[in-house]
Design a protein around this ligand. Structure first.
Ligand code: ATP
Ligand code: MG
Length: 242
């Protein structure tokens, strides 16, 4: 019996009936979703639907006004961003925040928060992103958009997170580079990191996702397996260009 249970996928993140927003401006309304261990789960939907707000709420940047969030067996509803890394959650923000005046390797080492043990992860990160190894001495400002995105993700991986939150990794990248970055996301999942992805590029997101949730004006309108949503007529019409 015990064995049966352990073989079932475990819920890593559970967001239950959450409302949140900016001051009095409530954006998310009664939002519930979950991410199981080992999954890639996407939140898709149009501009301003509340996708980034959902990630910011999970990570503790925004206060939960109603509802509950649990992560890896811990109640995190009231936790703050600086407590998340230790619990095993990392966040790569929309627009990739990297230190432009530092080298690639300095950026990665900073990602380890001065933990000598974690600093050794830099070789693992280089094995996922060989281009970062080639460019480790280069100033981060000299990287292309795709390389900067890899650096931002690589820096988060220095902490060996159980769950990686990725906000719009495809933003501003050409289609070929988007393919490359999404390939890396699949590879990272293969190495054991669970992924919660926010994307306006719904087609790419659905193609690599086990499951997805469609957001619209702060609510979840639809959920299902990535492949299934790709075939959904409404999703096609609204988000996949017909
Ligand atoms: N810092 C902020 N202060 C006040 N309102 C905000 C703030 N950031 C976002 N909002 C509002 O919250 C709503 C949801 O925004 P959010 O950034 O979550 O959307 P999104 O789905 O991530 O959109 P996009 O695809 O454009 O990134 C929008 O109405 C937006 O105007
Ligand atoms: Mg956003």
């Amino acid at each position: 019996m015990e064995k049966m249970n352990s073989m079932k996928s475990m819920t890593l993140l559970s967001v239950s009936h959450v409302s949140s927003g900016y001051g009095k401006n409530e954006v998310l309304q009664d939002v519930s979703f979950r991410v199981d261990e080992g999954e890639i789960v996407s939140l898709i939907g149009p501009n301003g639907a509340g996708k980034s707000t959902a990630l910011k709420t999970v990570f503790g940047f925004l206060a939960v006004q109603k509802g509950d969030i649990t992560f890896d067996g811990n109640g995190i509803t009231k936790k703050k961003p600086h407590e998340m890394a230790k619990l095993g959650m990392c966040f790569v923000h929309q627009g990739r925040q990297i230190f432009r005046n530092m080298t690639v390797e300095e950026n990665l080492i900073l990602g380890a928060f001065a933990d000598k043990k974690l600093e050794k992860n830099v070789d693992k990160v280089y094995s996922v992103f060989p281009v970062l190894k080639q460019k480790k001495k280069a100033n981060a400002s000299t990287l292309s958009g795709g390389q900067q995105q890899q650096l931002a993700i690589g820096r988060a991986l220095m902490l060996k997170p159980k769950l990686l939150l990725l906000d719009e990794p495809s933003l501003g990248l050409d289609p070929k580079t988007v393919q490359l970055v999404f390939g890396k996301i699949k590879e990272i999942r293969k190495h054991g990191t669970t992924i919660l992805l926010v994307e306006q590029n719904a087609r790419m997101a659905l193609e690599i996702s086990d499951r997805a949730y469609v957001f619209e004006t702060g609510r979840i309108k639809l959920e299902g397996a990535g492949r299934k949503l790709l075939k959904n007529k409404n999703v096609q019409k609204l988000y996949l260009g017909g």
